[in-house]
Write a new protein. Structure first.
Length: 230
């Protein structure tokens, strides 16, 4: 005979469910740029599967929140595309003990941080003349400088030791602009949909394409460099 005893209170507590708004509040402090549309996008991609009420509302369990935390940490700290994150989660779901995915590119720094000219010169030892040349070429912005400007300035400082200046990188800037033009043209169709998750989807597609462009560029350069010592 089937057990018809009532569900104990402890089990009911264990299956507590949360609305998408409550999940957003729970994770917002840890992931400052998290939006409701990003949560919906991750659901659309099958990375998290909240239950639905009879009225169609999403309800997330504690395990869903833990899963979202893993996804968001891998995106933020390791800059991994969703495809790699999905494979990692599938291994976990199947009881395997996968290795943590390798970082596909350096962890993203705080994009909101800004630097003065004095800070840039003091930290990197770059000359104001080289900064002005980089700004003229279009590979650095104006003060206050962004994290990207600092990365570019650091590399320019090192390249200057080989006699390479910002003007030598005009071709690089032109190639990057062409890549960005291709990416923007492709994601334009996604953005036109105006769906709740269209911006998150467009951002993920753009990041994936940018990673592949970078991989091709690095592979072609490496193939040439390998001939030098062969």
């Amino acid at each position: 005979m089937a057990d018809t005893s009532p569900t104990p209170i402890s089990a009911a507590r264990a299956t507590r469910l949360y609305s998408i708004g409550q999940v957003h509040v729970a994770l917002k402090d840890q992931f400052a740029d998290l939006t409701l549309s990003k949560l919906r996008f991750l659901e659309e991609q099958g990375l998290v599967t909240p239950v639905r009420t009879a009225s169609g509302y999403r309800k997330f369990a504690d395990s869903d929140i833990d899963r979202l935390r893993i996804i968001l940490e891998l995106q933020r700290d390791k800059y991994l595309p969703l495809k790699v994150i999905r494979e990692y989660l599938e291994d976990l779901d199947n009881g395997r003990n996968p290795k943590m995915p390798a970082v596909s590119s350096p962890a993203k720094p705080d994009a909101r941080k800004r630097f003065t000219l004095a800070e840039m010169v003091a930290q990197l030892g770059i000359s104001q003349e080289l900064i002005a040349e980089a700004q003229e070429v279009g590979i650095m912005g104006a003060e206050p400088f962004t994290v990207t400007d600092m990365v570019v300035a650091g590399s320019l400082t090192e390249l200057k030791k080989y006699g390479i200046t910002a003007r030598h990188l005009k071709g690089t800037k032109a190639a990057i602009d062409r890549d960005l033009g291709i990416i923007e043209g492709i994601i334009a169709g996604v953005l036109k949909k105006n769906g709740a998750t269209s911006r998150s989807a467009a951002a993920d597609h753009a990041a994936n394409m940018a990673n592949h462009f970078s991989s091709i560029r690095e592979a072609l350069i490496a193939s040439v460099l390998s001939k030098i010592d062969s």
